[in-house]
Design a protein. Structure first.
Length: 217
């Protein structure tokens, strides 16, 4: 099942068609068990992962172990590429969620793709520019929003991209918004009482996405 939840609204770099095939052809495939940390924040930006199957969480940990979740990425998505092209160390931790098959793309191999012609370069520049645009939109849109409004907006946006059935936990929402699991649960209970969502174990069903999108708390 394709499942890409990019809570930060910084759109994933997703490889499809000939781009996906080209990356697989130059990369090295590896399989990982659930909970494996495949990138560490601060790692040198010498390459990135292409997700062939399974899912990977992009997150950071605070000084007391608190987690900020940025994305749950799925098949076709890249993780770690932004640091590589910016000449930085890796900016997030990447942890598999369930078993996953990933393809490691070394930047030396990417240089060869870039030398082959403009197609790959145009695709990558477009993807990176879109990341910047959506990040700026998020900074503007989140300014001083209460937790209820931020959670509502996240659910509405993900439902719009992926459909109403969301395999997403209360803890994941809490990690992204920066509230406690209890607060996230209280917000979801209110949304359920208002008929905006239906709650299930480890899942949510968005019933009224438009109402959530316009929710102001």
């Amino acid at each position: 099942m394709q499942r890409t939840y990019h809570f930060a609204e910084m759109q994933p770099t997703r490889a499809e068609g000939d781009i996906f095939a080209a990356l697989v052809s130059i990369g090295h495939r590896r399989r990982f068990a659930s909970g494996t940390q495949v990138l560490h924040r601060g790692d040198p930006g010498t390459g990135f992962w292409l997700i062939e199957s399974g899912h990977v969480m992009a997150c950071r940990f605070g000084p007391e172990g608190e987690r900020t979740l940025f994305a749950v990425l799925g098949p076709g998505d890249l993780i770690g590429e932004l640091a590589c092209f910016a000449g930085l160390t890796q900016q997030v931790h990447a942890i598999t969620e369930g078993e996953a098959s990933l393809v490691w793309i070394d930047m030396v191999q990417v240089d060869r793709l870039l030398a082959d012609g403009p197609h790959f370069a145009k695709w990558m520049l477009s993807a990176l520019a879109n990341k910047l645009r959506t990040a700026l939109d998020r900074v503007e849109g989140d300014h001083n929003l209460p937790a209820q409004a931020r959670i509502a907006r996240v659910l509405a946006d993900v439902a719009k991209r992926e459909g109403p059935e969301l395999e997403i936990t209360q803890q994941q929402l809490a990690d992204y918004v920066g509230v406690s699991r209890v607060t996230a649960g209280q917000v979801l209970a209110r949304f359920a009482a208002d008929g905006l969502v239906e709650r299930r174990y480890g899942r949510l069903r968005v019933v009224r996405a438009e109402a959530l999108a316009g929710y102001s708390g």
